[in-house]
Write a protein that binds this ligand. Structure first.
Ligand code: FAD
Length: 461
């Protein structure tokens, strides 16, 4: 054998898998298709302000994402809070309202409707078995309906239903009609609760890494050195009791075991010999990603703050449903120019809107985005000094985000194959996580779990 383990993919989960196994003395190689590490985390310089950086991929860390916080701490990476205490905006059915705190101002009746629905949803969530969603009491019935069916049955006001539908797009980047109810419940519980996933201060959007989230992958990769091979897309895996032979366009790597960390839908693009068992093949074919175009509009200053606005907004007018302030903090200890970083709004085009907008020209998308922004923070938003976008659905080695979702029937029929090794082939990646599935924290814990799984089966290094 050339190596002990070959890891496929150098996203956060693959790098953590390799990091933990290398620390135990195993000989590991990581094969990554892209010419960079980080996968769905990616940080780039702000156009015309290269001293500042923006996250075009995964960005936020929550206060209860312990695996991610520990990893950030390990590399001395600091964060700043997203919530600045100013007013957020919500726009539903033509009515634009300001609010402060976690509860959008949507009218007393609709608010009561949302409150009772969240309570019912949380009660259902509490029953979900995170390790085995298919073993949840009443799993078949919960998995036989969509999240949309549940919304229609459990909310009485149109504004309340809109709140849940926009929330669903913000979390899953797809419409509620595409999701199994059991999946919506599993995913929400895995990240604490549906409302926690929607929350800024104290929730999933609590804080942003100073200088960008991609530094995490860069630090992990630096520790692994030349064990990480970039521009090495894996095309084929031959596997059997004697080990694995993993082929890229230019390379053949032999190892005792492999950990595949690419998103499940992309595993179908790798030729396995012998072919994967039908149940494994079925689960990965039934796990599409959501669709997101993440857009950053850059302005000379964060002018909306002068009006007491935080830049956070959500609404039902497409193509953008969710907006946040992505202005970087002033660089401490830097020169006088750095005291005023550019103002940046980040706008998410999600779900069906993203698939439709992908066919437009960049100019059309930019105009559509800044028009929505102007509806929230005023006409100054119409003239950004620059505009940056990242269409994750078009990315060959991701094909959508934020994570994968399961349609009705998938968890109960084939979900059990998601983490189960196939001989010497093991699986990691955020989609295999039981806590913070779909998030960076889940990517880390999945890598740690896969490393433990493999180490337990290999002779001690
Ligand atoms: C726009 C956006 C916003 C997000 N926001 C947040 C957020 O705020 N907070 C949060 O926690 N999470 C967020 N996420 C989700 C988070 O980024 C992911 O959950 C996490 O990065 C997934 O890591 P992973 O290692 O499991 O998968 P990936 O990052 O997808 O890594 C898989 C790797 O495999 C590589 N690969 C694919 N195919 C092959 C092949 N055939 N051969 C070799 N390599 C291959 C890919 O290039 C990639 O590097 C966001 C994601 C996106 C895209």
């Amino acid at each position: 054998m050339q190596h002990d383990i070959v890891v496929v993919g150098a996203g956060v989960s693959g790098l953590v898998t390799a990091d933990r196994l290398t620390t135990q003395g195993y000989d590991v190689v990581v094969l990554e298709a892209r010419d960079r590490v980080g996968g769905r985390t990616h940080t780039v310089p702000v156009p015309d302000h290269p001293e500042y950086r923006i996250d075009v991929g995964g960005q936020w860390v929550g206060p209860d994402q312990r695996a991610l916080l520990a990893e950030l701490d390990r590399f001395g990476l600091t964060t700043h809070d997203q919530d600045d205490g100013r007013d957020a905006l919500v726009s539903l059915r033509g009515s634009l309202r300001r609010y402060r705190g976690d509860t959008p101002k949507i009218g007393a009746v609709a608010l009561a409707d949302v409150g009772q629905a969240l309570w019912r949803f949380d009660r259902l969530c509490a029953r979900v078995d995170l390790d085995a969603p298919w073993a949840t009491p009443d799993a078949v019935r919960l998995d036989a309906q969509t999240f949309e069916t549940w919304i229609r049955r459990n909310l009485r006001t149109s504004q309340g239903r809109d709140f849940f539908r926009i929330g669903c797009e913000a979390v899953f980047a797809t419409t509620s009609a595409n999701l199994s109810l059991l999946h919506a419940l599993f995913y929400s519980r895995s990240g604490t609760s549906f409302s926690h996933l929607l929350t800024t201060g104290g929730g999933a959007q609590h804080a942003v890494v100073d200088g960008g989230m991609a530094q995490l992958a860069e630090h992990l990769a630096a520790g692994l050195g030349d064990r990480v091979r970039l521009s090495s897309p894996v095309t084929a895996v031959e596997h059997g009791p004697g080990g694995v032979v993993v082929r890229t366009g230019a390379d053949v790597v032999r190892a005792r075991r492999t950990v595949v960390t690419v998103p499940p839908a992309l595993v179908a693009g790798i030729a396995f010999a012998p072919p994967l068992p039908p149940v494994r093949d079925a689960v990965q074919r039934r796990m599409p990603h959501g669709s997101v175009i993440k857009c950053h509009a850059v302005y000379p200053t964060p002018f909306w703050r002068e009006d007491g606005l935080s830049g956070e907004a959500a609404g039902d007018t497409g193509p953008v449903k969710v907006v946040f302030d992505a202005t970087p903090p002033a660089r401490s200890g830097a020169g006088p120019d750095d005291a005023s970083p550019p103002g940046i709004l980040v706008a998410f085009i999600e779900g069906a809107d993203a698939l439709e907008a992908a066919a437009w020209t960049l100019e059309q998308r930019k105009n559509a985005v800044v028009r929505v922004l102007a509806g929230y923070v005023g006409d100054r938003a119409l003239s950004p000094t620059s505009f940056n976008e990242q269409d994750w659905t078009a990315e060959e080695w991701t094909r959508g985000c934020y994570g994968a979702h399961l349609p009705p029937g998938a968890w109960t029929q084939v979900g059990r194959a998601l983490r189960e090794p196939v001989g010497v082939v093991h699986w990691a990646g955020t989609e295999t996580a039981t806590r913070w599935c779909g998030y960076i924290d889940g990517a880390i814990s999945s890598g740690e779990r896969a490393a433990r799984e493999v180490a337990a089966l290999l002779p001690e290094a």
